[in-house]
Design a binder for this molecule. Structure first.
Ligand SMILES: NC(=O)c1ccc[n+]([C@@H]2O[C@H](COP(=O)([O-])OP(=O)(O)OC[C@H]3O[C@@H](n4cnc5c(N)ncnc54)[C@H](OP(=O)(O)O)[C@@H]3O)[C@@H](O)[C@H]2O)c1
Length: 253
C-alpha cells in the first residue's frame, strides 16, 4: 500500500488531489487547521474509496510547526508529499498587516521548504518517493496588489525546480504544480472574487496528478495558463493590476 501526505487536504485543490490518490488505492494523511473539515474529508474519502485516511490538525503558520509535523510522521513510510497548504493576501503591500504577510510566508514558503528538506532525506535513503510543491501561475510575474503572495509562489517555483535538478537520477521525483485560477474558497478567504475563467479544482487536480505520475517537473494545468508564462512582464503586470482593482480586491485609491 502506498501512502501520501497532503497538507491543506481538507478542501479545494488538496481535497481533489486526495481523491486522485484514493482512486488509485493510496492511503492518505491530510493536514489543515480545521478538524471538522478534515473529519468530513476523511469520511468522504473512506466512504467512497477503499483507503485509510489519517487526519492531523496543524497550523503551519506557527514557528516550528512543519518540523513538528515531520516528527509526528517520520516513523511512517510516506511515498508522496504534497505541499499544497497555502493562502493569499491581496491589497496594496503597505495596507496588508505585517502579521498577515508573516503568517502567509510561514505557510507558503517556510513550511514548504522545511517539509521538502526533511522528507527528501528519507526518500533519498530509499531512492524512491515524490514531492510535489504547489506554487501558482502567479509565480511567473510580479503581482501588483498581490505582491507578497506572487513573490511567495515565485520562491516555491524556483526552489522546487532547483531541488528537482539536485535529485535528478536518484529515483526521487520533485515537481512543482502551478495552477492558474481555480474555483475554491481561496478567493473568499483572501477577499477576492473568483475570476470568470477559473478552472474547476477537480480538473486542475486530475491534470496535476497525471503529470506528476508521468514525471513532469513543472506542471501547469490549462492551455491559457501554460501560454501565460510567455507573456512579457510589463503587460502581464499591468493586466494583474487592472484586474485586482476592477475586482475590488484592493481598497480604492
Ligand atoms: N485556487 C486558486 O485559484 C489557486 C491558484 C494558484 C495556486 N493555488 C494554490 O493552491 C493551493 C491550494 O489552494 P486552494 O485554492 O485549494 O485553497 P483552499 O480551498 O483555501 O484550501 C487551502 C487549504 O490549506 C489549508 N491551510 C490554509 N492555511 C493553513 C495554515 N495556516 N496551516 C495549515 N493549513 C492551512 C486549509 O485548511 P485550514 O484553513 O483548515 O487550515 C485548506 O485545507 C495553495 O497553495 C494555493 O496558494 C490556488
Amino acid at each position: 500500500m502506498t501512502l501520501a501526505l497532503i497538507t491543506g487536504g481538507s478542501e479545494g485543490i488538496g481535497l481533489e488531489l486526495a481523491k486522485c490518490f484514493a482512486r488509485d488505492g493510496t492511503d492518505l494523511i491530510l493536514t489543515a487547521r480545521d478538524m471538522e473539515k478534515l473529519q468530513k474529508a476523511k469520511q468522504l474519502l473512506e466512504d467512497t474509496f477503499a483507503v485509510d485516511v489519517t487526519v492531523i490538525g496543524k497550523d503551519l503558520s506557527l514557528p516550528h510547526s512543519a518540523a513538528e509535523l515531520y516528527e509526528e510522521l517520520k516513523h511512517r513510510k510516506i511515498d508522496y508529499v504534497i505541499n499544497n497548504a497555502g493562502l493569499g493576501t491581496a491589497d496594496a503591500a503597505w495596507r496588508i498587516p505585517p502579521e498577515q504577510d508573516e503568517a502567509m510566508i510561514n505557510v507558503n514558503i517556510t513550511a514548504v521548504t522545511v517539509l521538502t528538506s526533511l522528507f527528501l532525506r528519507d526518500m533519498l535513503e530509499r531512492n524512491s518517493g515524490t514531492i510535489m510543491n504547489v506554487a501558482s501561475t502567479g509565480a511567473f510575474l510580479p503581482g501588483p496588489y498581490i505582491a507578497s503572495y506572487y513573490a511567495s509562489k515565485a520562491y516555491v517555483l524556483r526552489y522546487t525546480e532547483a531541488v528537482a535538478e539536485e535529485v535528478r537520477g536518484s529515483g526521487v521525483h520533485v515537481c512543482c504544480l502551478c495552477p492558474g485560477p481555480a474555483a475554491t474558497s481561496f478567493y473568499r478567504k483572501s477577499r477576492q472574487s473568483i475570476p470568470a475563467f477559473a478552472m474547476k479544482a477537480e480538473d486542475c487536480a486530475v491534470y496535476a496528478y497525471e503529470k506528476m505520475k508521468s514525471g513532469q517537473t513543472v506542471i501547469i494545468p490549462g492551455m491559457i495558463n501554460r501560454l501565460s508564462r510567455l507573456v512579457p512582464k510589463k503587460p502581464a503586470m499591468y493586466f494583474v493590476k487592472k484586474m485586482k482593482k476592477k475586482k475590488g480586491a484592493v481598497t480604492n485609491r
